[in-house]
Design a protein around this ligand. Structure first.
Ligand code: CDP
Ligand code: CDP
Length: 224
């Protein structure tokens, strides 16, 4: 039987991580894990419960008593928070604009990483996030760091929002993405950073199938 690999896909906001990670997972019949959805789910719960987002201990206590499930479905990955479907709720701009603050806290990250590693004990997983290649799966056989210019990434989100029927302001999207990248890159613990052994792919002028093809080539190199 072919070896089931662990594949780590990191990069800044809207670089195309989840889109290509899902396709790669489907092609290989692997499990796809969106770690950003886990930080978003905690942020959503913290906002609903009116927690102070700078309070690390309160956030950790909340997380420890919170069940977060990522379930595959024919509509894509569904996110359940304490058995309630919050797939759409965790994508609001309120959550998006606060998630990087929640993600700064080392104790919160430690618990998230523990849960993420538990998903990957048997390989056969494609995981995307910010610290997968550096911290969550440092032994992953394939590590990819996806990049794209901030202008291109804002355009992608803008188009995505239009398609969903929520027109947005392109300049504002660009500012929000840049702000989130800055917080994610500058935090002390597990910042957004390319792992030394990750392959960098600049997707600015690549289509989704082109990016998928590049990752699949890396996978086939490893599978042999
Ligand atoms: O999809 P998008 O790029 O908008 O973000 P996401 O992957 O849903 O992640 C949301 C936020 O969660 C990021 O901006 C980070 O602050 C945090 N995150 C993290 O700190 N570590 C991860 N492994 C994944 C996400
Ligand atoms: O997960 P992440 O935030 O990195 O990005 P995403 O949600 O997968 O992708 C953001 C948007 O960019 C989606 O609407 C994708 O369809 C689009 N995209 C693209 O247009 N070209 C690519 N090479 C990759 C993604």
């Amino acid at each position: 039987m072919k070896k089931r690999l662990s594949i780590a896909i990191d990069g800044p906001a809207a670089a195309g991580k989840s889109t290509v990670a899902k396709i790669v997972a489907e092609k290989l019949s692997y499990v796809y894990i969106d770690t950003g959805a886990m930080y978003r789910a905690l942020t959503y719960k913290a906002i609903v419960n009116q927690l102070e987002l700078n309070e690390e201990v309160a956030l950790l206590d909340t997380l420890l008593s919170t069940d977060i499930k990522l379930l595959p479905s024919n509509k894509g990955q569904l996110v359940y928070l304490d058995n309630k479907d919050v797939t759409n709720e965790i994508r609001t701009s309120e959550v998006t604009n606060n998630v990087s603050i929640v993600s700064i806290h080392p104790k919160v990250r430690r618990e998230m990483v523990r849960r993420q590693q538990a998903f990957a004990t048997e390989g056969g997983v494609v995981m995307d996030g910010r610290d997968i290649g550096t911290h969550v799966l440092p032994e992953a056989e394939v590590k990819v760091f996806l990049l794209a210019s901030v202008e291109e990434r804002a355009e992608r989100r803008y188009t995505e929002n239009l398609q969903k029927g929520f027109p947005s302001d392109l300049e504002k999207l660009k500012e929000e993405i840049a702000r989130r990248d800055k917080i994610d890159s500058e935090r002390d613990v597990a910042p957004l950073k390319k792992a030394d052994d990750a392959i960098e792919i600049d997707t600015t002028s690549l289509t989704i199938p082109e990016v998928v093809e590049k990752i699949m080539a890396l996978v086939h190199e490893r599978i042999g």
